[in-house]
Design a binder for this molecule. Structure first.
Ligand code: ARG
Length: 568
C-alpha cells in the first residue's frame, strides 16, 4: 500500500539496506509501522531513535495529518481525510483491491494433504488439506508460481500385507470395498490376518520383496490399491472444495529411483555414519533428551529406505529440478522434529541453501466437544467424508429454516457453501499451533467469528444492490464525515497489509481476524449510516463503501477457500 511504499525508502536509508516497514492497522492511530523494533536490534540503536529518523526522512506530508513515534518505537500514522478518500477511491478501480502482485515471484512447493494409501484420511489430514489449500491459493494470488505436492503415503512394508489381502479377497471384491471409502476396514482386516496367521505373514514378506524388485504383477496390484485410494481422496477433495487434483499426487514412491543417488551423495559428502547397521546423518543441533546427537536414518539396516530418505530426495528434486526457493510443509506438529532434522541434513548436503528455504507449517489437533481426540461413536477414527456430509446436512437444514423462500436446489448449494465454509473457517480462524474443538453450534452460528457470519454479511450487501436495482459508481466521492464511514474506509485499506503479512508468516487467523473486523465494522456502519435513503452524493459514496466491503470479503474468503453465495 501507499504508506508502505513511502516508508520503505526512509527505512532503507536509515538501515542502509532494504527493510519491510510492516504496516498494520493500529488501535492508537490509523496505521502503525513496527519495523523500527526489529531494525534496532539489528543496528544496535535505540528503536525510538530509529523511528524518529524514519519519521524525519519519510515523504508523508501529503498523506498524513500526523506521524508520531510512540511506545517502544512504533510509528503511528494518521491519514488526512483527503488522502484516505483518494486511497479508498483507488481501490474501486483495482481488481486486486490494493494488493500488489509480489515484486519477486518465487517457485513455491506446497506439500499438503498427504494421506496414506488404504488408510482413512484422519482429521490431521483434514487440517493439512484446509490450511495447505489456503497457502496455495494465497501464494498463487500473490503472484508466485505454486506447485501443489500431495506427498501421498504410497510405499513401505505394509503394502505386502495389503496386496496379499487384496489377492485373498479377489480384485473385484476389494475394489468394491475400497471404492466405498471403507479404507480402514480393509487395512484392519489385512492387519488382523498378518497378526494371526504365520503363513499370511510369510506371503506378505515375499510380496514386499517382489514389490521392491519390480515384479510386474505385484506392481499392477499395488497400482490398483493406489488408484482406488486416490479415487476416494479425490471425492473428499471435491466435497471439500479444494484445489488439489489428480495431477498433484506426488507419492513417496515417485522418489524411489532417486534414493540410491541421495545416499551416494550424502556418502560422498562424508555425512553418513553407521549406527547399528543403519546409514544415518547426524544433523547439527538435533539432540535427544540425554544430550546425545539424534540420527536421521536414511537407509535402514535391512537396506530399505524410509520416510526421511524420501523427504531428502523430495527436497533435492524440488530445489534442484523444479528450482523452488520456498518449500512449505503443512504437516501436524508431531512431525516437527522430523522436519527440523530433514531440513538441517538437506542444508548440509547443499540441497537447501539460500535463497532456498523450507518451513514447517505445523498445526495442532482437532478435538471433539468433550475436549478429547475426535472419535467416532464406535470409538474409531472419524470418517472424514461422514464429517463433511454432516456439516453440509446441518447447514442445509439451517438454511432452509432461515430462508424458506430459497428453492431446494439453491438451499442445497448454499448449505454446501456454508457447511464446508464453516469447517474450513473454524480451522483457519484459530491460531494453527493450538488444538481446536469441533463445535457444530459455534461454527455454524451467524454470530461471532464464523464463516456464516462473513458469508451473511456478504450476501446482505449483495441484496442491497439487488433489491434497489442499483449499481456502483466507481468514481463516487468517498464520504468520511461520519466516524463509522471513516472507520470502514480505513478497514478497507487494511486488506493489503494483512495479505502481505500472511504471505510471510502463513498465519491465516490474521486474515480471518481481519475479515471479521471488516464485517463487524461494516455492520456498525450500516446501522448508523442509511445507504439507499441518503442524499446524493453521499448515497453513491456509501454504496461504493458497501460494494468494496463485499469485494474484499469475497476475495478474502476465496483465499481461505470459502465460497460466498449471493443469497442465503
Ligand atoms: N503421509 C504422512 C502422514 O500421514 C504425511 C506426509 C507429509 N509430507 C511429507 N513430505 N513428509 O503422516
Amino acid at each position: 500500500m501507499l504508506l508502505t511504499d513511502r516508508l520503505a525508502p526512509a527505512f532503507g536509508a536509515v538501515a542502509g539496506g532494504p527493510v519491510d516497514p510492516v504496516v498494520r492497522r493500529s488501535q492508537h492511530a490509523d496505521f502503525q509501522s513496527d519495523a523500527a523494533l526489529a531494525l534496532a536490534r539489528r543496528l544496535g540503536r535505540p528503536p525510538r531513535e530509529i523511528a524518529a529518523a524514519v519519521r524525519d526522512r519519510a515523504d508523508l506530508a501529503d498523506l498524513c495529518s500526523s506521524v508520531q513515534v510512540s511506545g517502544p518505537g512504533f510509528l503511528n500514522l494518521t491519514l488526512s481525510d483527503a488522502a484516505l478518500a483518494e486511497m479508498v477511491g483507488g481501490l474501486a478501480g483495482d481488481p486486486r483491491l490494493g494488493v500488489p502482485a509480489v515484486a519477486r515471484p518465487e517457485t513455491v512447493v506446497v506439500d499438503y494433504s498427504a494421506p496414506n494409501v488404504a488408510k482413512e484420511m484422519h482429521v490431521g489430514h483434514l487440517r493439512s488439506t484446509v490450511i495447505g489449500d489456503a497457502v496455495a491459493r494465497l501464494l498463487e494470488w500473490s503472484g508466485h508460481r505454486v506447485v501443489r505436492a500431495n506427498h501421498l503415503g504410497d510405499w513401505g512394508t505394509p503394502f505386502g500385507m495389503l496386496i496379499e489381502h487384496l489377492v485373498d479377497l479377489g480384485e473385484a471384491e476389494a475394489a468394491d470395498d475400497l471404492s466405498m471409502g471403507d479404507l480402514d476396514a480393509f487395512y484392519a482386516a489385512a492387519r488382523a490376518k498378518f497378526d494371526a496367521d504365520a503363513g499370511f505373514r510369510d506371503r506378505a514378506r515375499l510380496r514386499v520383496v517382489a514389490l521392491q524388485g519390480g515384479d510386474p504383477d505385484t506392481r499392477r496390484l499395488w497400482r490398483l490399491l493406489v488408484d482406488l485410494s486416490e479415487h476416494y481422496f479425490l471425492t473428499v477433495y471435491d466435497l471439500l472444495d479444494v484445489t488439489l487434483t489428480d495431477r498433484d499426487f506426488r507419492g513417496e514412491s515417485s522418489y524411489n529411483d532417486l534414493l540410491p543417488e541421495v545416499v551416494a551423495d550424502l556418502d560422498r559428502l562424508g555425512l553418513l555414519r553407521d549406527s547399528a547397521g543403519a546409514a544415518c546423518v547426524f544433523p547439527p543441533g538435533s539432540v535427544g533428551r540425554d544430550g546425545e546427537p539424534l540420527p536421521l536414518i536414511v537407509r535402514k539396516s535391512d537396506g530399505g529406505y524410509g520416510y526421511p530418505a524420501t523427504d531428502l530426495a523430495a527436497i533435492r528434486q524440488r530445489t534442484g529440478e523444479l528450482g523452488a526457493t520456498r518449500l512449505v510443509y503443512v504437516v501436524g506438529l508431531p512431525q516437527r522434529r522430523h522436519f527440523e532434522m530433514v531440513f538441517a541434513a538437506a542444508g548440509q548436503a547443499g540441497w537447501l541453501t539460500a535463497p532456498a528455504r523450507a518451513e514447517h507449517v505445523g498445526f495442532g489437533s482437532i478435538l471433539g466437544a468433550d475436549g478429547r481426540m475426535l472419535r467416532s461413536r464406535a470409538g474409531g477414527t472419524v470418517k472424514l467424508q461422514a464429517l463433511l456430509d454432516e456439516a453440509v446436512a446441518r447447514a442445509t437444514e439451517l438454511t432452509r429454516t432461515r430462508n424458506p423462500a430459497l428453492g431446494a436446489a439453491e438451499a442445497a448449494e448454499v448449505g454446501r457453501a456454508v457447511g464446508i465454509g464453516a469447517i474450513k473457517y473454524a480451522d483457519l480462524a484459530n491460531d494453527r499451533h493450538r488444538d481446536h474443538v469441533l463445535d457444530w453450534e459455534r461454527m455454524l452460528s451467524l454470530d461471532g467469528n464464523t464463516a456464516p457470519y462473513l458469508q451473511y454479511a456478504y450476501s446482505r450487501i449483495r441484496s442491497i444492490f439487488r433489491k434497489a436495482g442499483v449499481t456502483v459508481r466507481p468514481d463516487a466521492p468517498v464520504p468520511l464525515a461520519e466516524p463509522a464511514e471513516r472507520a470502514l474506509a480505513l478497514e478497507l485499506l487494511g486488506f493489503a497489509p494483512v495479505v502481505a503479512e500472511v504471505e510471510r508468516g502463513l498465519e491465516f487467523h490474521q486474515l480471518a481476524g481481519y475479515l471479521f473486523r471488516l464485517a463487524t465494522t461494516f455492520n456498525a456502519f450500516y446501522e448508523r449510516c442509511p445507504v439507499l435513503r441518503a442524499e446524493q452524493p453521499v448515497r453513491d459514496g456509501r454504496l461504493l463503501l458497501a460494494d468494496l466491503t463485499a469485494r474484499v470479503l469475497r476475495q478474502g474468503l476465496e483465499l481461505l477457500g470459502i465460497r460466498t453465495p449471493e443469497r442465503m
